[in-house]
Design a protein around this ligand. Structure first.
Ligand code: DC
Length: 225
């Protein structure tokens, strides 16, 4: 079974997918992490968006992988590896937050990663989240969900997350960066974020994590029946 989930940044997609993976035994695939890895590699190797040959070459020598572990409390922790190096923290810094959108808009990068995402899902019960999973990667997924929340609520969540990691920022800066990213994500030439016609929209603005999980779990159980 494939559960496809899209939505803007800060709606809690990752948190909810991890709970589904942990409690319902699904494989969780975080496609945003894949775009973040490619952004990191291109920045570190000074590969520009117009360097088509270098990008093609880079994909032939790039391995992105996930490792799922349970921590002491039994919670699922996903580590992301780029060419064998754990980049889980590095891909979530403001440097990557601010630059990943234009990189993820490049059709060549999308084509390569969409291909990889489809391959990763073969033969598993998968919950995959991103921006174009319900529309491009798996338009025929058994269940399609669009997670949403107001920009202010999402900025508030992101701000708290960054502060808890010791990253210095302000709420205003976080909101501005999030609004910029929403705009870019929704206006991409290929793979733009939009609500699929047959997606179930879940507004999480006034819901806690467990409440959102209950809604999603019930949707999955209904589909499994
Ligand atoms: O979900 P996230 O914030 O980690 O995503 C990082 C960036 O990648 C964000 O700018 C949106 C983009 N992205 C995308 O274009 N398509 C996806 N399927 C997932 C993420």
């Amino acid at each position: 079974m494939i559960v496809a989930m899209d939505g803007p940044a800060g709606t809690g997609k990752g948190t909810i997918c991890k709970l589904v993976a942990e409690r319902l035994d699904f494989t969780y695939i975080d496609t945003g992490a894949m775009y973040r890895c490619i952004t990191l590699k291109m920045l570190d190797n000074d590969i520009k968006l117009e360097d088509t040959d270098k990008i093609i070459d880079m994909f032939q020598n790039t391995i992105i992988s996930f490792k799922n572990e349970k921590n002491d409390e039994g919670k699922l922790v996903q580590r992301v590896f780029l060419d064998g190096v754990d980049v889980s923290e590095e891909i979530r810094t403001p440097r990557i937050n601010e630059t990943c959108s234009p990189y993820s808009a490049l059709p060549l990068i999308r084509e390569k990663l969409v291909d990889l995402q489809r391959k990763l899902a073969v033969g598993n019960n998968v919950i995959m989240e991103g921006r174009d999973i319900t529309t491009v990667v798996f338009p025929n997924a058994e269940l399609k969900i669009y997670l949403d929340a107001t920009p202010e609520e999402r900025a508030n969540r992101r701000y708290k997350e960054l502060i808890s990691k010791g990253i210095e920022t302000t709420y205003e800066e976080t909101l501005e960066s999030l609004n910029k990213r929403d705009y870019n994500d929704m206006h991409k030439e290929v793979g733009a974020l939009k609500i699929a016609e047959d997606a179930v929209v879940v507004d999480t603005t006034n819901l806690g994590i467990e409440e959102v999980y209950e809604v999603i779990k019930n949707l999955i159980i209904d589909k499994m029946r």
